[in-house]
Ligand binder design. Structure first.
Ligand SMILES: Cc1cc2nc3c(=O)[nH]c(=O)nc-3n(C[C@H](O)[C@H](O)[C@H](O)COP(=O)(O)OP(=O)(O)OC[C@H]3O[C@@H](n4cnc5c(N)ncnc54)[C@H](O)[C@@H]3O)c2cc1C
Length: 466
């Protein structure tokens, strides 16, 4: 009998569907670049359902592709083209289990959206800091599996900083449970950390204990125009010197990026009438009443004096505040509407970014029909450096260039002590780079851990490792 039929036979039929119409949306990644095949979609509601599924899949050696909100940008949720893998979506595991306000944590199922977690925390006068433009769709399980970053890494760190415990169904169907009421548990190395950033290759995260922070009582921001990346970094250093403890976001965008927003979102008011080479959105937040507005005024005044900035606008109301953030948050979508692009999610030591951008532009000059878009989390040294297709270049020509351009960009990043994957992970599309730019020791440790935990290679095979 076909293996997938054996899985169906052994599971409660409420757990799965084999209706292709229902499966189709789960076969493509959100940018439409990758497509897989599968004849079975599983939707567990709790850890025990996942245990039942994983046990039977392991017995018949049927690979499982875990999916959360499917907003990942590296193809980690796409099954192979042979159609012999089943998809496990966590979307029905979407309950918040409990909150302990005194001890600043909450426990939730892994299919809760990030938005749901943030709103729930807010209602309880607590703050969950992870902030991504995809937060309406992405799930906390997906965030942990990719160790997501976002715009508040500067103040709070990456997702791994918020994880106090995980419940994970391992590839053999056994449960690794590190969710406890206690905070401290220092018995040697901690296996829960293996699952953070493991992109579904080591097990399925079903529940999470998340660290919460005091609610934000006060926030102020400004959008600033600067002449060059060098000036942006001078400005960043000044902001850090004046207010590092409050600085929660420092996002950069270029004139090209702002024009993409102008082109595709004419309902968003662009804050400036003039065009400038670069824009920065920076935000200060505090859990105490504090005169942040005064801080921002002081920073801007000094920055004008030192000629770090060309112009600055502070929002006068919530509508303007949201509007300014949209110029950053809608950027990926605007770029998608504008056509195909080769995306690089890279990190470089901050003071080397101007040199990197000059050098990479020089090296890419030979490719005439491309446009460069640089934006992202400048204060973390994490920039999204994207190469867009010009109108004159056909798809085949562009795809051929992709390999060459990736090599140019990643070799340069590597030579400068940077990373070719700052926050999006490896998935299906960066496996070669993962091997090429990791030390032998690091690669061997990661591969051996995978082999030990998943000897039948049923957990998201073909992701991270070939
Ligand atoms: C517009 C846009 C903006 C974005 N901005 C950012 C950003 O600023 N910073 C950033 O870091 N990322 C960003 N992303 C990428 C993406 O949102 C994150 O990677 C997010 O964490 C993925 O969550 P998800 O639930 O969608 O996971 P999915 O895409 O469903 O899955 C991602 C990976 O995790 C695995 N996985 C999912 N759930 C589980 C689970 N419960 N157990 C085990 N494995 C699982 C999957 O197999 C896959 O390998 C952005 C994406 C978009 C579309």
């Amino acid at each position: 009998m076909n293996k997938v039929n054996l899985i169906k036979q052994n599971l409660n039929e409420k757990l799965w569907t084999d209706c292709q119409d229902k499966i189709v949306p789960y076969l493509t990644e959100q940018r439409g670049n990758l497509k897989g095949v599968s004849s079975l979609l599983l939707k567990p509601r709790n850890t025990q359902d996942v245990v039942n599924i994983v046990k039977i899949c392991n017995e018949y050696k049927v690979p499982i592709v875990p999916q959360g909100g499917r907003t990942g940008l590296c193809g980690g949720t796409i099954p192979n083209k042979q159609g012999d893998e089943v998809i496990l979506s966590t979307e029905l595991m979407n309950k918040i289990i409990n909150i302990d306000k005194d001890n600043y944590y909450l426990i939730a199922q892994s299919g809760c959206t990030l938005h749901q977690i943030k709103k729930f925390s807010e209602k309880n006068k607590r703050y969950f800091p992870l902030s991504l433009p995809s937060q309406l769709s992405c799930t906390i399980g997906g965030n942990i599996s990719t160790n997501a970053g976002g715009s508040e890494v500067l103040k709070y760190g990456m997702t791994k900083n918020f994880i106090e415990g995980l419940k994970v169904v391992l590839p053999n169907g056994k449960v690794l449970n590190s969710i406890k009421e206690i905070k401290k548990d220092n018995r040697g190395f901690d296996p829960k950390y293996l699952h953070i950033g493991s992109e579904g290759t080591l097990g399925i995260i079903t529940e999470v204990k998340l660290k919460l922070y005091p609610e934000i009582k006060n926030k102020e921001m400004a959008i600033v125009a600067v002449k060059s990346i060098k000036k942006a970094i001078d400005f960043l250093n000044l902001v850090k010197n004046k207010s590092l403890e409050f600085l929660s976001a420092f996002e950069i965008n270029s004139d090209y990026g702002m024009n993409l927003i102008r082109k595709y979102y004419n309902n968003i008011d662009i804050p400036f009438n003039n065009e400038y080479p670069w824009y920065i959105i920076f935000e200060l937040t505090s859990s105490q009443k504090y005169n942040l507005k005064g801080k921002i005024d002081e920073i801007l005044e000094l920055s004008y004096k030192k000629k770090f900035i060309l112009n600055a606008i502070q929002p006068l109301n919530l509508r303007q505040y949201n509007n300014i953030w949209k110029t950053r948050e809608f950027l990926s979508e605007a770029q998608k509407l504008n056509g195909k692009s080769i995306k690089h999610d890279i990190s470089i030591p901050i003071d080397k970014i101007p040199f990197f951008l000059d050098k990479v532009e020089e090296k890419l000059k030979v490719f005439k029909k491309i446009t460069l878009l640089t934006f992202g989390h400048l204060a973390d040294g994490n920039i999204h450096f994207n190469v867009s297709q010009s109108d004159h270049l056909n798809k085949t020509e562009f795809n051929k260039l992709k390999k060459i351009i990736n090599k140019v960009v990643f070799d340069l990043v590597y030579s400068m002590g940077g990373s070719f994957s700052a926050e999006h992970g490896i998935g299906k599309i960066k496996k070669n780079e993962f091997k090429k730019y990791s030390s032998k020791e690091e690669f061997m440790i990661k591969r051996n851990i995978k082999k030990i935990l998943d000897p039948n290679n049923i957990m998201n095979p073909g992701k991270i490792f070939n």
